[in-house]
Design a protein around this ligand. Structure first.
Ligand SMILES: Nc1ncnc2c1ncn2[C@@H]1O[C@H](COP(=O)(O)OP(=O)(O)OP(=O)(O)O)[C@@H](O)[C@H]1O
Ligand SMILES: [Mg+2]
Length: 309
């Protein structure tokens, strides 16, 4: 089984208004709610590809219950750890007249040490069942930035392969615990390694350093340029076709989902990279928070190239 981890999920509320006026009521034209979170999106894409996963993380309060209910209704399996605080709500305000989007993002509830302990208990209980664990995104207040390193360390030696998609301290400390896979975008990779250039030769050198330190697979995503995939014996560059971008939201999550799903089905490194790049590029074709569609992935897979470096 594939497990995904979203420690700071959100109940996203999208609100449409014609325009905004001060000191008067603004009528909401349309309103939608959506279970948001990077690990949750990975679970959605795995489902779209025909696979199965279970979403883990923290939820609390009525909004947490609604988030869980929405996921169950979508057919996404979940096994959250309940907390005393309330799951956060992010507000996305679309102003039709001015064609602008305002996003109001909450920090998330404070997690207590006991609740963190409960999450790690849950993590230990999945050990017999898990093949992959995908850890993505930011963490709520009260959670130490070495938590991803602790998750990786807890799963070490069990044969479970952990994929890490995070930024800054979460990524830096996570890497020290040597996850199986990391998937930074180029900016996250540059922050991690201190690299300034985007030359293939320089990127490859830095990625190989990480592989020498024990990370088995380094995937660096570069938007429209595709993905550099490096492992001990071989490195590839996966290039997607040129497409018209509708919304880039969820591209990174779709990439990691495509890659993990492919590995779980026994595909080799090159095939897995092809599915990863196709899923990422398919995600930019859909509007708003919508993720990739299976038929787009299939089509783009055939239009993508993978070159050996
Ligand atoms: N403009 C684009 N055209 C084609 N494909 C794209 C484009 N932007 C992203 N992609 C696809 O999505 C993948 C991941 O994109 P990107 O490198 O932007 O990830 P990210 O920054 O981690 O995204 P996220 O913000 O979702 O975490 C790319 O490897 C590519 O396959
Ligand atoms: Mg990303």
């Amino acid at each position: 089984m594939i497990y995904t981890v979203t420690l700071n999920p959100a109940l996203d509320r999208t609100i449409e208004v014609e325009g905004l006026v001060k000191d008067d009521a603004n009528r909401i034209l349309q309103e939608a709610r959506y279970a948001g979170g990077k690990g949750i999106d990975v679970s959605r894409v795995i489902k779209e590809l025909g696979g199965e996963s279970i979403a883990l993380g923290f939820i609390g309060g009525y909004d947490g219950l609604e988030l869980e209910g929405r996921l169950i209704n979508e057919g996404v399996l979940c096994d959250f750890t309940r907390i005393g605080g309330e799951t956060r709500t992010n507000i996305i305000l679309n102003n039709r007249r001015e064609k602008v989007q305002i996003m109001l993002n909450a920090a998330g509830p404070e997690i207590t040490p006991t609740e963190i302990g409960l999450f790690f208990q849950k993590l230990s209980s999945i050990l017999p069942n898990a093949e992959f664990v995908v850890v993505s995104g930011s963490v709520p207040p009260g959670v130490n930035h070495n938590i991803y390193a602790q998750i990786i360390t807890t799963l070490k030696g069990t044969g479970i392969r952990v994929a890490l998609d995070a930024d800054r301290e979460l990524l830096r400390q996570g890497c020290k615990a040597t996850p199986f896979i990391i998937k930074p975008n180029i900016h996250e990779f540059q922050r991690l390694t201190g690299l300034r250039s985007q030359r293939v030769k320089d990127m490859l050198k830095q990625a190989r350093h990480l592989v020498e330190e024990g990370i088995k697979i380094v995937l660096i995503s570069m938007g429209a340029k595709g993905i550099m995939g490096v492992r001990e014996e071989v490195a590839y560059w996966a290039v997607p076709p040129q497409v018209e971008v509708v919304s880039p939201v969820g591209a990174g999550d779709s990439t990691i989902a495509g890659f993990i799903y492919a590995l779980s089905r026994g595909m080799d490194f090159k095939e897995s990279l092809t599915l990863a790049v196709a899923a990422g590029t398919a995600a930019v074709l859909t509007p708003g928070t919508e993720l990739c569609k299976r038929e787009d992935i299939e089509r783009i897979k055939g239009q993508s190239r993978v070159e050996k470096l």
